[in-house]
Design a protein around this ligand. Sequence first.
Ligand code: C2O
Length: 635
Amino acid sequence: MGKAGQQPARLQLLDEKKEIPATEAARTGRGRRLFLFAGVAAGLIVVALALGLGLGLGLKHHHRGSPAATSSPSPTPSPSPTNSTASESLQSWRRDTAEYNLSMDWDINAAPTTRVFNLTVSEIQAAPDGVMRTMLVFNNQFPGPLIRVNQGDRVLVNVTNQLTNATAVHWHGLYQNGTNWMDGTSGITQCPIPAGTSFLYNFTVENQFGTYWYHSHHSTQYTDGLVAPFIVHSPEEAAVQKDYDYDQIILLQDWYHDLSTALLPDYFASGNENAEPVPDNGLIQGTNVFDCSSYGDDSGYDCQNNSTQATFAITQGKRYRLRLINVGAFGEFQFSVDNHTLSVIEADSTLVEPVTINRLPINIAQRYSVILTANQTATNYWIRSWMNTYCFSDDNAPILNPDVKALLTYTNTTNEPTESADWASALDIVCEDLVTATLVPSGITPAPSADVAYKIDVAFQIGAYALDKAYINSTTWVPETIPTLNQAVAGLHTLNNSFSTSGLSTAFDQTSQFVIDVPNYQVVDLLINSLDEGAHPFHLHGHQFWVMASDSTGDFDWSTYKDLNTTNPMRRDTLTIDAYGWALIRFKADNPGMWAFHCHISWHMEAGLLMQFQTRDDIMKDWTIPEDVLGLCNG
Ligand code: C2O
């Protein structure tokens, strides 16, 4: 390995011949779809007829008139309490999120133990914001149950799938070092858990602590409600614990009134120019109000004005750690609390030097901890989670009210705030992260120099079947029937050389699997170059990466490579690549397995915006994937 700041030993610009030209036309305006095949128009009609994709039935119609749930049975309202408030009596499908208020009595120094959790995945009818819909949930309630462990604990999660479809559960941000097959990534690290069966996830949480979450990693399922927090404590947390008196998880998410599977056909329809389904609402702690009058009587939705905003009660003089997790599908939020500044202390499980802000941008799958001090007049204030509609192709007005709110109360009341003042600072109209340079990890970890660098291009194109698909170079991901992990381990066993060649793997079908093979330990630089007009929150499984450089314009200038800050760059697992922007990230390919790197926007992953790293073949070649994991493929 060279000295810090030198050129990487090898710079591989993958697949350059097939790279999509970043023409000026491609970089301007919305009309930037790149047609791969000439006969698209003719092909489109044939495919539309064949698949019955219902072209022309846009989302608007869907919302304003035509009966909604095309694929789901008409919802039956659950008996709702008429004479009690939500705080007195919860609807049976609504989780009591008191468990998200983390008891400070938890022993962060406890000896490692085994913790067992049971998760049932099922379909229910529920109305988080008053609009009844079909949802997919853990343990019959929404949002999902907290998993709380200590670093060093063994975690057993028995997942029982009561859906009519297969599922898989991913632990977002956990390294899974040595247990790649427990990563829960359908088509990559496992076959999904068949309907009507159970699977035991069994892994140890090592060398990490902080705020994580778990969610379905099968198609767009998590968008329908399969989300929950996963908290890891550690003795090392003592240093920050002294800065707060209470520890509170807050889930933020965008929300749709239809099943994600009902929204996909319109999204993929070829005339659609990658116009993602725009959320109908936003939730804080799994709840919000919705104005039913924005739906006509014939909307097909069962809408009751009976839901409430979340309420957080605080005590004057106390300090609150708020662990914010964006568990949504598409929308970035700007989180703020009226009259209260926020001190950021954690981003994606990396503790950072405190930085005081008024508004915090938080993109899909990212986590931030902020400390709020109850030092204002003891009354009620708004917590705001403003959904950044500038990230959307359409504002979905008047249905979507992007000013998603919850109540902060010093008086334990639900009175409308009267003295609450939103910050004067303007809302950000671009979808981008908190400037990376403002985040300085409090545990100093220099970035080692890179051994190899790869560059990928990210774009949307109308593909071979006239579907609107996402591409990494010229690959659009489609999950394999046999997980790529199973294929790689089998290939390495038989000494099939195509499974252990460094660089872009030829062992897989490159039209659907973009796999970079890093056979032995190396430090990898990945330059992600976006040719798309939208921002993309990219997530790397199994690792944290250093954010070496990024910008919202132009291309990375390799002549600056030797000057990159390697002293203590920010480390995280989910980073927004700005519209037409780029980012250079670095990670140690020291964790054996198949690791997804993908845009976490539900719609984009489903559109194929996913690649994989195959790392440490030297270890993988000796692996035996457990029988129960392999058995999932026989279901
Ligand atoms: Cu939150 Cu690929 O995952």
